[in-house]
Design a protein. Structure first.
Length: 55
């Protein structure tokens, strides 16, 4: 996991970019039993990347 990326917790709502509100593409990973997703904003002008994981 790239710990330099901001981390947000999974919610019941569909994930959107916390900066611009657009939808994201993501890859899901598992390390040491921890499941997390790396999200990339679909808005080319924003391009924000962040991690979403369980609490």
């Amino acid at each position: 996991m790239d710990e330099s990326l901001p981390i947000f917790l999974f919610t019941e709502m569909q994930t959107t970019c916390p900066y611009c509100g657009r939808r994201t593409n993501f890859e899901e990973y598992e390390e040491l039993g921890l499941i997390y997703q790396v999200h990339h904003c679909k808005n080319e002008k924003c391009g924000f990347t962040f991690i979403e994981m369980e609490d």
